[in-house]
Write a protein that binds this ligand. Sequence first.
Ligand code: GLY
Length: 336
Amino acid sequence: MSPTSQPVAVIALHGGAGTLTRRAITPAQQSLYRETLTQILQAGQALLAQGASALDAVTEAVRLLEECPLFNAGKGAVYTSEARHELDACVMRGSDLASGAVAGVRCLRNPVLAARAVLASGSPVLLIGEGAERFALARGCEAVAPDWFGTAERLAQLHSVQASAGQAPALDHDAQNLLAALPTSPLDERSKFGTVGAVALDAQGHLAAATSTGGVTNKLPGRVGDSPLVGAGTYANDRTVAVSCTGMGEAFIRALAAHDVSALMDYAGLSLADAAHRVVMDKLPPLGGRGGLIAVDRHGRVALPFNTEGMYRGWARVGAAPRVAIYADEEDGTQP
Ligand code: GLY
């Protein structure tokens, strides 16, 4: 991009990172993930092509990911140790650092829309639990019964994790069958660090980021990860970059991972590729920070690094075909 030209709008998204089950799944099962990511990218791309803001594009992309039971956010979210759901989400606008987040919500169909409502209010930035639910419902967000989020696969994952942790799982028939069956997803759902997220640059040159998650399987009730925390799992600043992270949240919180990418660019002059690589490959691993991130900078460059075996990811520029990838040996989309 020349200094005077308009940027080409672009959106990137992720659906979690983790270890592989590649040899065990069928091509049809892999295709399901790739096609779903492609369709959601196309939806975000279409919004950007119509002149929508980056904030609207990432909010809609994450809402669609929340609606899809393949990913750990909204419908299909993982269970707490008490076999319930507690959901977290955040949105951030790069033009003015406006942010909104919710944590520990149990009855909101789309936590990202609740986060967006918090952003629209101007203040506060982060609401939790019942207060967040009341706030969002009063602003038109949809309520669902707490069991709406659950799937048989996620319940089986909870039982599997509890069994391997030495806790006595009371496996129901469905769960027994699922655990005995071959994997049905490209990344091992029992060890995947599930989150969904989107980052975008719009035609006006503004950046935005959104992240949503059910957290980690078997988490303590009340545990909050990095996703809803500005600067940890989500960050956007028009001076630098928009970032959405996925991984073991405690490490991403301690590293302030998303903001660190921006700070390395802003204060140390690193390129997006170098800053994102430094955070994911050098800073997070010593903290136990397995996972990755997606990022788009103010010039529209994209980086999607991860330190696990795979990460569900994709990116789409307006006017170009969307690209999706899962494994480490596929094109990663990073531009130097
Ligand atoms: N990265 C999602 C979480 O740890 O909750």
